[in-house]
Design a protein around this ligand. Structure first.
Ligand code: ZN
Ligand code: ZN
Ligand code: ZN
Length: 338
């Protein structure tokens, strides 16, 4: 996350703010430019501003329908808002999604196809006890809004034996599947390289997941996989690697913007904060990994001293770093043919 300031009084404002807490200026966020003065600039705010507190500017892109922002335009299904709590759950997911979309813009990820916005997000609530299966299919990302409830998420995390479960984590993981379809699958060379590194994603998916949930991951899986779930299927390995790369890029961007890098790992970042994320795609992977490890060691200890769970409960072995670096190169090359 970048560090943002009020365009009027320069006080610090947070990514989710719609008003400056120091001077009261009404703010809108524009992914490429940061915070702007809603009234002074005469900008249209996103239609979802009053409803879910979306603080983005309405999307002025050619062909954009209605008054939604770039992020809200990617949502195609919302839950039944007459059910108590659903509005709040959906709003929390959208807040996390705005950070995903912010990164997608700064990393130049493709956000449209011939049919319009892509990926598309379907926010669903469990209905009459029927579960919502989270997942991705052809650009459609389905999310269970019950995950926005702390109790539900904590219980599921314990049940699945996961060290980390967050809304942004779900969004990043599922976006990995969606972008794989656009950035890897259509390019024969990339697809071959992906299969060589992650395995063949044509392996039967249903059987692989059944096996994963029936048996523990093979001993020593940490050497080659960033998470236990990544061992389930090559498709999941890619999505977990993608999600972790986005965690690391966002984490380093934040640390750089706040001057938090540990001594010896300062990294010579560009002066314009909005260039940092993209710049991180091009630095030596060993520098990126060692900076992240140094930062997470410090923050794991800091969290421990305040009794919070581990800041980053994953291990970056050389093989895992190689996978993350491959994802990084895919993002850097984008849709350009090799
Ligand atoms: Zn202000
Ligand atoms: Zn919006
Ligand atoms: Zn997945």
């Amino acid at each position: 996350m970048m560090r943002y300031h009020c365009p009027s009084c320069r006080a610090e404002v947070y990514f989710g703010n719609d008003t400056c807490l120091s001077c009261g200026t009404e703010l809108v966020f524009e992914p490429g430019r940061g915070f702007l003065d809603l009234r002074a600039e005469g900008l249209p705010a996103c239609e979802n501003r009053a409803r879910i507190g979306c603080n983005w500017v309405a999307d002025a892109q050619e062909g954009a329908q209605g008054g939604l922002c770039l992020s809200c335009r990617h949502t195609t299904v919302i839950p039944d808002l007459s059910v108590e709590g659903n509005l709040q759950r959906w709003a929390e997911f959208e807040a996390a999604k705005r950070n995903l979309m912010r990164m997608a813009v700064l990393l130049d990820l493709p956000l449209t196809d011939s049919a319009g916005p892509r990926p598309r997000f379907l926010f669903k609530a469990p209905d009459a006890g029927e579960a919502v299966v989270m997942g991705h299919a052809d650009g459609d990302i389905t999310l269970n809004i019950a995950e926005a409830d702390d109790e539900y998420r904590a219980a599921t995390r314990a049940e699945m034996g996961e060290p980390y479960r967050t809304l942004i984590g779900h969004l990043r993981h599922e976006s990995g599947h969606a972008f794989w379809e656009v950035l890897v699958k259509p390019f024969p060379d990339r697809l071959a390289a992906c299969r060589a590194l992650f395995g063949d994603e044509r392996e039967d998916y249903g059987q692989a997941l059944e096996r994963h949930y029936a048996h523990p991951a093979p001993a020593g899986w940490e050497q080659a996989f960033v998470s236990e779930y990544a061992t389930a299927h090559p498709y999941e390995d890619f999505a977990e690697s993608w999600a972790n790369l986005l965690h690391i890029l966002d984490g380093l961007e934040t640390a750089l913007c706040y001057g938090l890098m540990p001594a010896g790992h300062e990294l010579a970042a560009p002066e314009a904060p909005r260039d940092i994320l993209f710049w991180l795609l091009g630095i030596a992977m060993e520098d990126l990994v060692s900076a992240w490890i140094a930062l997470s060691l410090a923050l794991n200890a800091l969290n421990d001293s305040l009794g919070h769970p581990s800041f980053y409960p994953f291990i970056l072995t050389p093989k895992v770093s190689e996978k993350l670096d491959w994802v990084r190169q895919v993002i850097r090359q984008g849709c350009l043919a090799e």
